[in-house]
Ligand binder design. Structure first.
Ligand code: GLU
Length: 503
């Protein structure tokens, strides 16, 4: 590549970031970094009616959590500032006027009421090649009338004049040649009555001014591409136009359509990167971060939704992704989201954490659950429990019994098979445990098994009751490891407690 690669993520700050958005960021980032290029974040906030308080902060917090830091952005600065489109308002009119002057666009004076009336009158009404000849615009009015309206500051928009029946073509990095018939596309507004550009004008002007070389965006933008290609042609010639890549959608788990926030609510998994609280309704949407995902796992999982390196490898660090990323391996088809698989990635990344980093990750979670963990014990517990958690948040459930007596005890799991013989065994076990000098799991297991043999009971039948006594339920690591960490007094205390309930 001769030119320095410059890519942009161009979000509209309207709410929490869907994983599809984060994957767009990731592919932008990987592509740019693979070629030693720059990753730019431009905030596309020209639609003031959709402005949402806090949404921009959320975007930058998400990028920081994922480790995908921009080189240029409204927060990071850069040579093409400002990077917020609302602060670039004055730039766009000049380009819109140029289009009008050259016959590629026109002033439209129809009021919102007039257009509404049209929509009521004609089903699927569109402002297009046919209808514009009967509407109030600079193509139908005389030059004098137009001048008068403009001089009187009459509210107006500027619309693109879509040419009739031509093929608009471009080569997409993922899809290859894509072609549209211009007659199928309506005359999109380019500059709104409030002087703000629409997305269509702003994206083209800014990609040009910011010298963007490659533009990655979601597939949902494909229908807008012909408008953008024509604007590129009219305003700048096609020479410096970025190469486009329309990324396939992330699909619902059953493959039927685009994964939505509602699917997550319905099926009980996150769809947003981090928790998002809607400032208007106070409704909270859970995020991957708070659900207990490590950013390394989140990024790894997203990269694999629509890409692979051509081998069976599934676990990649960000550095490795940068090295291996290639557009040749981005899939054309949508990628089905699979939450179990996402958790598998997380489990794999959790296994890689060393004890100190793990401690850092779970300390806050334990505190929030009222557990004051002794440092030495926490290290022992982490070693036992670490590989059993696919989410960091699982750690609390998997380990709280080490720090406090179980809140509930699954007596029903023992009771049906409980008998006097077993009761006597446990009473004897308490006495033996009390006498033990070396409290470690090997010695405990040996003692337990010898006593079972002497009582002619299969150790397997006693193991579950012991587990329930110590843990409260049918889970956790090896039961003698648990007893070792709990210590003699606590182990005996818990056995006695359950024997009492059973008697
Ligand atoms: N502002 C658009 C969005 O909100 C960006 C589309 C593009 O990258 O061109 O997704």
């Amino acid at each position: 590549m001769n030119k320095k690669v410059r890519v942009r993520f161009a979000p509209s700050p309207t709410g929490g970031l869907h994983i599809g958005g984060v994957r767009t960021v990731l592919f932008n980032y990987l592509f740019a970094k693979h070629f030693g290029g720059d990753f730019i974040v431009r905030i596309e906030d020209t639609d003031q009616t959709r402005f949402v308080e806090g949404a921009e902060d959320y975007i930058f917090e998400t990028l920081a959590w994922c480790g995908l830091e921009p080189d240029e952005s409204p927060r990071h600065g850069g040579p093409f500032a400002p990077y917020r489109q609302s602060e670039r308002k004055t730039i766009y009119r000049e380009y819109a006027e140029k289009l009008v002057k050259e016959g590629y666009a026109y002033y439209a004076f129809d009021t919102a009421e007039e257009l509404d009336a049209k929509r009521k009158e004609i089903a699927n009404f569109q402002y297009n090649q046919t209808s514009r000849t009967q509407l109030k615009n600079s193509l139908t009015l005389s030059d004098d009338e137009v001048k008068k309206l403009l001089d009187n500051n009459t509210k107006h928009v500027i619309r693109i004049k879509m040419p009739e029946n031509i093929e608009v073509k471009f080569t997409d990095m993922i899809r290859g040649e894509v072609s549209f018939n211009s007659s199928q596309v309506d005359d999109k507004v380019l500059l709104k009555a409030d002087g703000m550009p629409t997305y269509h004008l702003a994206v083209v002007v800014d990609d040009y001014l910011m010298q963007i070389t490659h533009a990655f965006r979601g597939e949902e933008w494909l229908p807008s591409a012909p408008v953008h290609i024509l604007l590129w042609q009219y305003l700048f010639g096609l020479e410096n136009m970025p190469e486009w890549a329309h990324l396939p959608l992330i699909l619902k788990p059953d493959g039927n359509g685009k994964l939505s926030k509602r699917d997550g609510d319905r099926l009980g998994f996150p769809v947003f990167a981090m928790d998002w609280v809607d400032p208007k309704t106070n409704e909270k949407t859970i995020g991957f971060k708070e659900r207990g995902f490590l950013p390394e796992a989140f990024v790894n999982m997203l990269a694999m939704l629509g890409w692979n390196d051509g081998t069976e490898q599934e676990i990649f660090s960000l550095q490795e992704l940068i090295e291996k990323f290639s557009m040749a391996h981005v899939h054309k088809a949508g990628a089905k989201f699979n939450y179990e698989k996402a958790k598998w990635y997380n489990g794999e990344w959790i296994k890689k954490l060393d004890v100190a980093s793990y401690q850092l990750q779970v300390a806050g979670l334990l505190n929030a659950n009222g557990i004051d963990a002794d440092e030495k014990k926490l290290v022992q517990v982490i070693e036992l429990v670490k590989d059993r958690c696919s989410l960091l948040t699982d750690f609390v459930q998997q380990s709280s019994f080490f720090f406090k007596s179980p809140e509930t005890i699954d007596i029903a799991a023992i009771q049906p098979k409980w008998n006097e013989q077993k009761n006597l065994f446990f009473l004897e076990l308490i006495r033996e445990f009390e006498l033990m000098q070396f409290w470690n799991h090997e010695a405990l297991e040996e003692e337990f098994k010898e006593l079972a043999a002497a009582n002619k009971i299969k150790p397997g039948e006693l193991m579950l009751p012991l587990r329930i006594m110590l843990v409260g339920g049918k889970f956790g690591p090896h039961v003698f490891n648990i007893a070792e960490v709990l210590g003699k007094d606590e182990t005996i205390k818990r056995i006695k407690h359950v024997l009492k309930i059973l008697s």
